[in-house]
Write a protein that binds this ligand. Structure first.
Ligand code: NCD
Ligand code: ZN
Length: 345
């Protein structure tokens, strides 16, 4: 049987939630990943160093016995952020600030209303070498949901990079050819995370034959040409600028199968396997380890993980659902289907 042994990956974009939900989902990531960048969009959001330190302790307490998994903490950027907060965050080992434009996605009501008012804060991030993680979508009602990422590039991302050219930016969960191009053409201070769903699915998987609420996430799935551009980006000449970030975002089944279904796909249980398929299908398995385990660590200034993981080319069933919290279940990405690879534990 074909096997693939690689340095243990990191998940550079992960939603772990809190409380019982955290306990339910964390073990899936902890068994695959060495580290993960933990998103701060709790309710209320993680806005202070004290919030992040307390959240980190709750994550560590929820880890399975003996796990060496390391959470990398982030702060939620608000209109009230100051250069002093940036210095305090850097000193405390916070790896990044996360921009949610107000109203862009799940729990983003405390998000930034005008990023240009925060230029001094961004300049301090650049000076401190702390990363700026961007949910890159405009949120005005006049911009079509499928165009929101491309509009963000022109209206926000490019002008911000002109004003703060040395800012270390991760364009998170990119979904379009425009974003792949921006990142490919920018300096080495600009990189991107890419999710399994945006590499494997397109908007037909969301809408053809009936609405598939478990394929609804933000940014929303785009047309096939964009998916192809993302695969080309993660396997191409500038592949060193792109890395694994699942955006695994658990919501209870009842909140997804709902008249107003929540955005977010839960991929953490089989993330490495799903990404392996992308690279295999593109004839680029030789580029997989860099994407999963090296490019992100390098961009974050971290050493590569000391451990290895082995994938086996062997069909693995994905459960229809997994236990969650409050007696609810979670429907994972590819529920009831199969992955072409499985990770050996
Ligand atoms: C995320 C969530 O549920 O927290 N949802 C999603 O669709 N990706 C928020 C986010 O990252 O946009
Ligand atoms: Zn996210």
């Amino acid at each position: 049987m074909q096997t693939l042994t690689i340095t243990q990956p990191d998940d550079m974009h992960l939603h772990l939630r809190d409380g019982e939900a955290l306990k339910a989902v964390l073990p899936y990531t902890a068994r695959q990943m060495g580290r993960a960048v933990i998103m701060p969009n709790l309710k209320p959001p993680v806005v202070s160093v004290a919030d992040a330190e307390a959240y980190k302790q709750r994550i560590l307490a929820a880890l399975p016995e003996g796990s060496a998994f390391e959470p990398l903490m982030t702060l939620y950027l608000t209109d009230n952020a100051t250069p002093e907060l940036v210095r305090e965050a850097k000193a405390a080992g916070i790896v990044a600030f996360k921009l949610y434009p107000a109203g862009a996605t799940t729990n983003s009501d405390s998000g930034v209303t005008d990023l240009f008012k925060l230029i001094p804060v961004l300049k301090e991030m650049a000076a401190q070498g702390i990363l700026f993680l961007v949910h890159g979508e405009v949120t005005d009602a006049d911009t079509d949901i499928f165009d929101r990422e491309a509009a963000f590039i022109e209206r926000i991302m490019k002008p911000v990079l002109v004003q703060v050219p040395e800012l270390k930016v991760v364009f998170e969960h990119i979904t379009t050819a425009e974003a792949a191009r921006l990142v490919s053409e920018a300096g080495d201070n600009v990189a991107a995370s890419v999710t399994p769903q945006h590499l494997l699915l397109n908007r037909n998987d969301l809408l053809v034959g009936g609405v598939r609420p478990h394929h609804f996430c933000l940014p929303v799935l785009k047309r096939e040409t964009h998916r192809q551009a993302l695969v080309a980006a993660v396997t191409g000449d500038k592949a060193h600028k792109f890395f694994l970030g699942t955006d695994s975002a658990p919501h209870a089944k009842s909140a997804k199968e709902n008249a107003c279904g929540c955005a977010g796909m839960f991929s953490a249980a089989t993330a490495v396997e799903l990404y392996a398929e992308v690279f295999e299908n593109a004839g680029a398995l030789d580029k997989f380890e860099a994407f999963a385990s090296q490019n992100g660590a390098r961009f974050y200034g971290l050493p590569e993980n000391p451990r290895k993981i082995t994938l086996v080319k062997d069909v693995q069933k994905v459960p229809e659902s997994l236990p969650f919290c409050d007696g609810e279940v979670l429907v994972p990405m590819r529920a009831g289907g199969e992955t072409a690879w499985r990770v050996e534990y």
